[in-house]
Design a protein. Sequence first.
Length: 171
Amino acid sequence: MEMMNELLEKYFRGETSLSEEKELKHYFSKGNVVPEHEIYRSLFEVFELELKDTATSPLIQVIPKQRKIKQIWIKTFAYTGIAASLVLLMWVQLPQNTENYAVINGTRIDNPEYVQRYAQKKLNYVNEMLKDGLKPMKRMNVVNHTLQPLNVIKETQDKMIEIEKTHNVNN
């Protein structure tokens, strides 16, 4: 009994070895327990029940789901790697077309000088259109410039009205 008291004290301090814990479990499972140790019997019986308890069904259901998710990620990475490899292979293996050409009005043109002259002609045309479109804007700038003195007159009129209002309030 003295030895069991020491083992229990050691157990609750967390200083027992595995063999000492087995000895305590064996002591409480035998049945001839001293009445003063009877209060600890339920504690050690619970430990024994937990050892005998098996995994319940929710745990069994979670593990396959985790495996499926892992398999999905593995498949995704594998397919992505395959697709990237195919794209890289196509990029490297496709013949390089070094021939320069342009399509103008549905016709293939291989002469780079002709294409350059044609592009320059079209860009000049666009430039002329923009110049013609901006002429009214230039006229508006002239009108704004000539109307600026009228703005000064308007500001002066506003100041005079304000002075009259303050003069009428003071009288």
